[in-house]
Design a protein around this ligand. Structure first.
Ligand code: ZN
Length: 140
């Protein structure tokens, strides 16, 4: 186990614009506000989504495209550094018109319809992603 200690710094809240790429826009927001570590959450809706599933045997993400209006039932994630720049890791639970839910890693291509979000920025240790040989992922 690894553990990191932080002091709560500030709570930022915002709204993404229709047509934004979800992860790209959140990453840009963090860079603009100097967030190098933190937690995030959000609600809203997507016009389309790309959800990832990390295939542990193959060591790569498999993606699934979802089209049509989708409710963001849950957006949870964190912010850390990767190659010295803010990196947003976000997971989604999305609901379709029948309230059937789909979940996974938010990949590029999640197009926002509306999204209200919060970022809890913290200060303390440097939280930097690096390749992890045991998983094939970039982890803290
Ligand atoms: Zn993930």
């Amino acid at each position: 186990m690894k553990a990191f200690a932080f002091d709560s710094r500030r709570l930022l809240m915002g709204r993404l614009e229709r047509g934004d790429d979800l992860v790209e826009a959140l990453t840009r927001f963090c860079a603009q506000h100097g967030v190098q570590a933190g937690c995030l959450s959000g609600l809203g809706a997507l016009e389309q989504a790309e959800l990832g599933y990390y295939d542990q045997a193959e060591g790569r993400y498999r993606t699934r495209a979802l089209r049509g209006g989708l409710e963001i039932a849950s957006l949870l994630g964190n912010v850390s550094l990767k190659r010295g720049a803010p990196f947003v890791h976000a997971h989604l639970v999305l609901a379709d018109g029948q309230q059937a839910c789909f979940g996974g890693h938010a990949m590029p291509g999640c197009r926002v319809f509306a999204c209200e979000f919060a970022v809890w920025a913290v200060e303390g240790e440097v939280l930097e992603r690096r390749p992890d040989a045991a998983t094939g992922l970039d982890l803290w």
